[in-house]
Write a protein that binds this ligand. Structure first.
Ligand code: MIC
Ligand code: SF4
Length: 643
């Protein structure tokens, strides 16, 4: 039996476990990336492990999220990360150099290598044939220290691309079409591999748009083959030597196959408030638009920006629209500046932003009240834009640009014949915003610069024999990490200060939650399906840990959040019978009388609702390793105990 692309990379990197679906496998990690909003905590954790120099082939720290410096906090964090990088052997990508995923694809990603990143959109690297996975900061810290990264061996999904996109239909429309088929939880426990004749018609950045938004499917990762198009991209980035051919064997076996005929696709939008709430632009045509934002790690490549500039050239943004554009990297930005495309954007009336996440993470450009905002981004969760009643639609750069000119939703196919925009044969290479680490002989003399906002990792404790705690919060299905630990300009600067950031935990759902949880001292959160979807932010586990949350009892979990809970020593429990969800109310006193014994013996967990007398069972799906982590009180304690 042949192998899929992902299975080939896994096989080459397997350090423990067996490649059978559902088994716990350990992978050797070649590269890591962090961004600043998760990075400070990841480096605090790395320091706590006491390993002098990273053991990976390449580790890069990017500053791209917290670039709005409204106080000392973010700038202090940047300096902290920069000094840690210098000391411990990590490359530092300065603020302004671009969004981590875009820059990593351009300058560092290599086909066939493994990459984990403390950001859920790390699978962008799948566009270049990497096995690139989003993880919690602590997992990334462990990998930097040379430890393996553990996942559950996923199922394999093949998306067969046939045909060729029509003019003005784009890669974004492909992934929105996949989301329409699979939904935001359809990818949980799976790797999505793209194949078929249609692959050849897509450039590397277009492939990366698709693998980036595999995160929205809940998939472990997504991957494209590495072929002549990949070679040409790497050559244009002046690193052809990094090329390696990679494709699935003809007799590779997939658990699921999805067919997408590119020729039949039309421009699509993900409507508020979920990336899988798909409509065609035709259905929305004529609806008034208030704001358009073009950029983010999904759609800010050179090709995207050139198409946008082409559409805007010689035209004017509609009076009712505010158009903001953020090129994804310094490389892209600089090329647009030199070839005149930036001038076309400015002349049309676009507001040009720095190369960073910006509006995607609520760092500025929040839309007006009830504002309709068309964004080329990847997430449109409620409130994420910074405007609680903002109506965010996710669309392609082409749809965004024509709609910005028209002032209403407009199908870009009205532009007629396709524009002649080619991938450059040579990108502009200038890595002067990447700072190298200090040579080994100088590392000891590097001083770590710690600002006053940087606080310690919250206290953990080993699992107790039993737990008695009230239900401090009851929520429904598809709770995102933006619900649990909101971001935005006000809260993001607190990412290195868990006591402070925890005051905002779950306030989107219930303003009283932080105070109530703190008062209770220990408590349990109850939720529905796909709990914790979205971001990899471990703060969504660390803030509950700080607030005394002992267990989260839900119908199902999203992958990264579940492992962040385990890393923080919080019990991830699922209802054995989903109907038992109705047997708990906010404030009920819950008891897990034999929890430690049951966890140790891999048995179901007994839950007693002492308030109404109901007793039922919950599952705690753990591997031998994660069981030991939970019993130890989290991954930091476990790592200390085992080193
Ligand atoms: C996001 O898109 O939600 C983020 C901000 O990039 C997060 C990381 C974070 O919360 O810092 C992610 O996707 O993991
Ligand atoms: Fe940044 Fe947005 Fe991409 Fe997250 S999704 S890495 S916030 S651009």
């Amino acid at each position: 039996m042949g192998y899929t692309i992902a299975q080939k990379i896994i096989k080459e990197h397997l350090v423990s476990g067996e490649m059978t679906v559902g088994s716990d496998i350990g992978l050797k990690i070649d590269q890591t990336l962090t961004q600043d909003a998760t990075g400070t905590m990841a480096y605090i954790e790395y320091e706590a492990m006491g390993i002098p120099r990273v053991k990976t082939e390449k580790s890069v720290a990017y500053i791209d999220h917290n670039t709005l410096q409204t106080g000392f906090e973010n700038a202090d964090d940047h300096r902290f990360i920069q000094s840690v990088c210098k000391k411990h052997g990590i490359y530092f990508s300065r603020p302004g150099n671009g969004i981590c995923h875009q820059v990593h694809l351009e300058r560092f990603g290599k086909p066939g290598k493994t990459l984990i990143g403390s950001d859920s959109h790390t699978p962008t690297g799948g566009g270049i044939g990497m096995l690139a996975i989003g993880a919690g900061g602590l997992d990334v810290a462990v990998a930097m220290g040379g430890g393996a990264y553990y996942i559950t061996m996923p199922k394999m999904v093949r998306v067969n691309l046939t045909g060729k996109l029509s003019p003005w239909v784009s890669a974004k429309d492909i992934i929105l079409a996949v989301l329409r088929v699979m939904s935001v939880k359809g990818g949980v426990g799976k790797i999505v591999e793209y194949g078929g004749e249609g692959v050849k018609t897509l450039s590397v950045p277009e492939r990366a748009t698709i693998t980036n938004m595999g995160a929205e499917l809940g998939a472990t990762t997504s991957v494209f083959p590495s072929d002549e198009t990949t070679r040409a991209f790497l050559k244009a980035q002046d690193r052809e030597e990094d090329y390696r051919e990679l494709s699935a064997d003809d007799d590779a076996v997939y658990d699921e196959v999805i067919e997408i005929n590119l020729s039949e696709l039309e421009p699509l939008a993900a409507c508020p408030h979920s990336p899988d709430n798909i409509k065609t632009i035709k259905e929305l045509e004529g609806k008034t638009v208030d704001q358009v934002c073009i950029g983010s790690c999904t759609n800010s490549s050179y090709l995207d920006m050139m198409r946008v500039a082409h559409i805007l050239k010689g035209k004017k943004v509609a009076d009712n629209v505010s158009l903001a554009i953020a090129p994804g990297s310094k490389q892209v930005f600089n090329m647009l500046a030199l070839n005149g495309a930036l001038g076309d954007m400015i002349a049309a009336g676009a507001r040009i932003l720095e190369s960073a996440c910006g509006p995607c993470i609520g760092m500025g450009q929040s839309p007006n009240s009830k504002g309709v905002s068309l964004r080329t981004f990847n997430r449109n969760f409620e409130g994420r834009s910074g405007t609680a009643d903002g109506q965010i639609y996710l669309v392609s750069p082409e749809t965004a640009a024509v709609s910005a000119l028209a002032g209403v939703f407009t199908d870009p196919r009205c532009l007629g014949a396709a524009a002649e925009i080619e991938m450059p044969e040579k990108f502009l290479i200038n890595d002067n915003m990447v700072i190298d680490p200090a040579p080994v002989e100088e590392m000891d003399s590097v001083e770590i610069l710690r600002g006053p906002n940087i606080k310690e990792y919250p206290a953990t404790s080993p699992l107790t024999d039993s737990i008695e705690a009230s239900c401090s919060l009851k929520v429904g299905d598809n709770i995102t990490t933006d619900h649990i630990m909101p971001a935005g300009a006000k809260i993001l600067p607190l990412r290195s200060n868990i006591p402070k950031i925890s005051e905002h935990c779950f306030t989107v759902c219930d303003k009283e939650f932080p105070a109530r949880a703190k008062l209770l001292g220990k408590s349990i959160i109850v939720g529905g399906e796909n709990y914790g979807q979205g971001s990899s932010r471990e703060h969504a586990a660390l803030a509950p840990l700080y607030l005394g949350v002992k267990a989260v009892l839900v119908k199902s979990f999203a992958r990264i959040h579940k492992s962040n809970l385990i890393n923080a020593g919080i019990l991830p429990l699922t209802f054995k019978d989903a109907a038992d969800y109705d047997k708990i109310k906010l404030g009920d006193m819950l008891a897990l009388p034999r929890v430690k014994e049951e966890i140790a013996a891999a048995q179901d967990i007994t839950v007693v609702n002492q308030t109404n007398g109901e007793t039922f069972k919950a599952e705690c799906e753990l591997s031998d390793r994660t069981r030991a982590i939970i019993i130890a009180g989290g991954l930091l304690d476990y790592t200390k105990e085992n080193s």
